[in-house]
Design a protein around this ligand. Structure first.
Ligand code: PLP
Length: 369
């Protein structure tokens, strides 16, 4: 079977892992710090906090800006923890519709949702294709709102030459098993705000004022620490960071390969009138996390491809239609009509020409072209 995603390694991950395992320090320590520094520099943000997931990153970002009792404007077309993070903080998700072409939050529809209770906007760069950040930052500035970029799909992608995740107040990244940069599980939260950064380091480590590695620096081990607030066990460890460092070195190359296969799909599928795919806009340099096409015969195509040995996905079932989000549900005409047409094709850096051709020939076969 051809999978939808497959992580990529050139062996460096094992090399860096060996070093950490032999070092005797597997927890939160120097490799996490090194990864944070290098990742912050790569994205172009001042601070990065290594975490065990993007879910944790979104939870902590919204905690810093205290959304309890406030409204957060957010898309429904996303992985559900984008919105769980609002609820973890006692916030109220206010779902905003998306644009039909690239499945990103529709800036034209944000303003009409703003009330005196609105505190923030979450944007998801769907598939690694940038949201219209100038428009969104303008709206946020005018209305005094925070912007959180959920860049789980967007590691290495850009908007007008700026790395995604560096534009809003926070950039949240996922290093889960199938992401552009993967550590198995992991995440990073980026910000330029020093005060938030200092607080985040405590919040990720149960509220402890100084982490174990810092207390052990020098010749002695300072056992005492204070606990200054109710934090969480959300920190990254050095085993994940070692894999992350190896992945970061080849991230641009892996994204180039993703772009190459995405363009190949575009070129080869161009003639099929029944399907459409994400448009490339001038302001985008996409990370090409996934390749999502739209077709009116989604389920038939999915079953047909499965029989040919090709796995596909559906990203996403709209969050506002989940049982537990019923209370926050509202009419979202584009989201509600479009999700039934979406199908995610295989796309990953190690994909072979033979695999890409099998996908394309099978789709052409289905539409008898
Ligand atoms: C858009 C989006 N946001 C958030 C997340 C959560 O990431 P993690 O699995 O690292 O918690 C994901 C993961 O799939 C995602 O796709």
């Amino acid at each position: 079977m051809i999978p939808v995603y497959r992580p990529y390694t050139d062996g460096k991950e094992i090399e860096y892992l060996k070093e950490v395992i032999n070092s005797g320090w597997w927890g939160l320590g120097p490799k996490t710090k090194e990864f944070e520094k290098k990742f912050a520099k790569y994205i172009g943000s001042e601070h990065a906090v290594g975490l065990n997931s993007a879910t944790a990153a979104l939870h902590l970002a919204l905690k810093c800006i205290e959304v309890e009792g406030f409204e957060v404007i957010t898309p429904s077309m996303t992985f559900v923890t984008t919105n769980h993070a609002v609820l973890y903080n006692g916030g109220i998700p206010v779902f905003c519709d998306i644009t039909e072409d690239n499945l990103n939050i529709d800036p034209e529809k944000i303003e009409e949702l703003i009330t005196e209770k609105t505190k923030a906007i979450i944007v998801v760069h769907f598939g690694g294709y940038a949201c219209d950040m100038d428009r969104i930052m303008d709206i946020a500035k005018k209305n005094n709102l925070y912007v959180i970029e959920d860049a789980a799909h967007a590691c290495g992608g850009e908007y007008k030459g700026k790395k995604l995740g560096s534009i809003g107040d926070f950039g949240s990244f996922s290093f889960q098993a199938v992401k552009n940069l993967s550590t198995g599980d992991g995440g990073m939260l980026l910000t330029n705000n020093h005060e938030w950064f200092e607080r985040l380091k405590k919040l990720r480590w149960v509220g402890i004022s100084k982490d174990t590695f810092e207390r052990g620096a020098g010749n002695s081990y300072d056992w005492f620490y204070d606990v200054t607030e109710l934090g969480f066990k959300y920190h990254m460890n050095d085993i994940s960071a070692a894999i992350g460092l190896a992945q970061l070195e080849k991230l641009d190359w892996m994204n180039d390969v993703r772009r190459k296969w995405s363009n190949y799909y575009r070129k080869e599928l161009r003639g099929i009138s029944q399907i459409s795919y994400p448009p490339q806009k001038d302001y985008m340099f996409p990370a090409c996390h996934n390749f999502v096409i739209k077709t009116t015969k989604r389920d038939e195509l999915k079953n047909f491809l499965m029989k040919k040995g090709i796995t596909t996905g559906v990203h996403y079932y709209p969050n506002h239609l989940y049982d537990m989000y019923e209370k926050y549900s509202r009419k979202l005409p584009i989201t509600e009509s479009i999700w039934k047409k979406l199908i995610t094709l295989p796309l990953f850096p190690g994909m072979t020409q033979q695999e890409a051709n099998l996908v394309i020939d099978s789709i052409k076969g289905f539409y008898t072209i």
